[in-house]
Ligand binder design. Structure first.
Ligand code: FDA
Length: 393
């Protein structure tokens, strides 16, 4: 059967654009469509407008998935260095901010312009405001009914991303297509998202809103050592966003607010040498004063060190080095950077991203159950998975 296109890619975000470029370069006739009027909106708003487009330390351990091995092949075949080479070819200036995170010096829009130039060069036909109303498998491919008419293709690629930030075009579409073709979907959940609290804990967070510290945040065996920020709804900052991807509802997280200090040992030494010092002032030597005061108030600890028993000091030290708190929930998709879960990787080939039991149907990017840590890893997954699918569609 003669198809109108070799490849139709639904979703012109990071993964869809990369796949379209690679397929186009192979001489495939590609139609890249998006339901939004503007494409690649998440690239535009990413990294505070400067797009943290990859991470030099990308490794499989930087990703969550029910199958942690799935991402290995794609990440090996299209690496951060490959994307950096592309960025350099387009003369885009960038810098490492911290921890291997690469950002544009000027604007995320440069990454979008680069991808559009590459897509144009590869002969990709790109259209926006295209609504897909129905998809059916037909002999040797797929049939799509859209608001722009009916089209057929040999390969259909779903690159519609996750559910975060619905106001810029996130939809359930990809998961619905997977279900239509009998593919399992791991329950999607907001990830890289602030945590919210209630009651007395919320009141404390509100009182400390705007204050940040370097902290170790732990859930089970997973630990992140980065900034923590008190907010008017609870806790945020990189360490909290990272742990939110692992956190399970109803369970506590554990925070060390002074990771470089053994607080009990410190307090005991201070008590021995300067027993008249007041506890809030002593604690303020290792924590921001407002936070030190809040911890003392919470525990009703005040006055000179000499008046506080070692048992009391031990409990106070625990409140700093080993603070157990139970979040009520997350802020949800409204502020989440990514969606955890998605199309079950056991349904897909890690070499090609094609569905094992549905020939010609591919899933790439965030719609797949592969979720990166904070720091450029999610875009790297989009580039890598888009690249490999682009070699086979
Ligand atoms: P993406 O979401 O990019 O693209 C999906 C496309 O599909 C969209 O254009 C959408 O309009 C379209 N679509 C959806 N439903 C459709 C339908 N029914 N029909 C047609 N089209 C449809 N990551 C990182 O590595 N570094 C960073 O700096 C940041 N920063 C960042 C900031 C913010 C605020 C957010 C929300 C997210 C990030 N991320 C990030 C995450 C990163 O943006 C994300 O993981 C990738 O964009 C995922 O790429 P995809 O191509 O899979 O989806």
């Amino acid at each position: 059967m003669a198809h109108s296109f070799d490849v139709i890619i639904i979703g012109a975000g990071a993964a869809g654009l990369m796949c379209a470029i690679e397929a186009g370069k192979r001489g495939r006739k590609v139609w890249l469509i998006d339901h939004s009027a503007k494409i690649a909106e998440k690239i535009r708003i990413s990294g505070g407008g400067r797009c943290n487009f990859t991470n030099l330390h990308t490794q499989p351990q930087s990703y969550l998935s029910q199958n942690p091995h799935f991402c290995k092949s794609a990440l090996r075949r299209y690496t951060p260095q490959d994307f950096i080479a592309l960025v350099c070819r387009h003369g885009i200036a960038f810098h490492e901010k911290k921890l291997g995170q690469l950002f544009c010096n000027d604007s995320a829009k440069q990454i979008i312009a680069m991808l559009l130039a590459e897509a144009h060069e590869a002969g990709v036909k790109l259209e926006t405001s295209v609504q897909v109303r129905a998809i059916e498998a037909v002999a040797g491919g797929y049939w799509l009914k859209t608001n722009q008419g009916k089209q057929t293709c040999a390969s259909l690629v779903i690159a519609t991303g996750g559910l975060s930030i619905p106001k810029i075009g996130a939809t359930h579409f990809g998961y619905e297509v997977a279900k239509q073709f009998g593919l399992r979907v791991i329950q999607p959940r907001a990830a890289l998202v602030p945590l919210i609290f209630d009651g007395a804990l919320l009141a404390r967070c509100q009182a400390l809103s705007g204050l940040s510290v370097e902290a170790d945040v732990r859930f089970g065996k997973q630990i992140f050592a980065e900034g923590l920020l008190f907010t008017h709804r609870g806790l945020s900052g990189p360490s909290i966003l990272q742990i939110s991807s692992y956190w399970e509802e109803g369970e506590p997280i554990v925070i060390n607010l002074a990771p470089s200090t053994d607080v009990l040992a410190f307090l005991k030494v201070q008590k021995q040498h300067q027993p008249r010092l007041h506890i809030n002032n002593v604690l303020a030597e290792i924590l921001p004063r407002r936070l030190a005061q809040s911890i003392c108030d919470e525990r009703n600890d005040s006055g000179p060190l000499a008046n506080l028993s070692d048992v009391r000091l031990a409990a106070l030290a625990s409140a700093v080095n080993d603070w157990h708190i139970k979040p009520v929930s997350t802020e949800g998709y409204r502020t989440a950077e990514v969606t955890r879960g998605g199309v079950d990787t056991r349904e897909l080939s890690s070499q090609t991203m094609e569905a094992s039991k549905q020939s010609g149907l591919f899933f790439i990017g965030e719609v797949v159950d592969v979720t990166g840590h904070l720091g450029g890893f999610n875009f790297q997954w989009a580039w890598s998975s888009g690249y490999v699918a682009g070699q086979y569609v």
